[in-house]
Design a protein. Structure first.
Length: 170
């Protein structure tokens, strides 16, 4: 009985909308097919990314919690080499997208890659229903999904990142 209760608890957690095994599988399949342009129109094909850990952050310029995350994402960018961690900010603004992205980059001094999701096509394919939302991949496999405003430079998150990278904490 205790074992069954344990599995029911685990299954109910695993079955949550954002962290279901089916969702992880979808994210993993889509990752290798995804390609998005940056602000100057240069396409980044995700399958060509060499970093073992990729943090894919979905955001919009009108989303206050999204904007509040940017300082921690900038700190994270400074803490880890790009060869170990690729941070991709996927913007889904609908109106004046490029103008709003440029304003946001300047205001928050964004240090990570910002990609343009015109008409939210990629956001829709990934079934993103709330932002901010981040999907963290390790060698192409989903290791975490984070919804809501998050401190990515926190000791807890950087400890996970070091673990995924096989690094000992300093």
């Amino acid at each position: 009985m205790a074992g069954q209760l344990f599995f029911e608890i685990v299954d109910s957690e695993a079955g949550s909308f954002g962290k279901s095994k089916e969702k992880f599988g979808l994210y993993e399949n889509l990752f290798h097919e995804t390609s998005l342009p940056d602000l100057v129109g240069t396409n980044l094909s995700f399958k060509d990314i060499k970093a073992p850990v990729v943090l894919m952050n979905f955001w919009a310029s009108w989303c206050t919690p999204c904007l509040k995350e940017f300082p921690s994402l900038n700190k994270l960018r400074a803490m880890f080499d790009k060869k170990d961690l690729q941070i991709l900010g996927v913007n889904s603004d609908e109106e004046e997208q490029i103008k709003n992205i440029k304003k946001t980059i300047q205001k928050y001094d964004i240090k990570f890659d910002v990609l343009v999701d015109k008409e939210s096509k990629v956001t829709s394919k990934y079934l993103i229903s709330e932002i901010p939302m981040s999907i963290i991949y390790h060698k192409g496999k989903v290791v975490d999904v984070v919804t809501g405003e998050t401190d990515f430079s926190s000791p807890e998150f950087t400890a996970k990142l070091n673990k995924w990278l096989g690094k000992k904490e300093k």
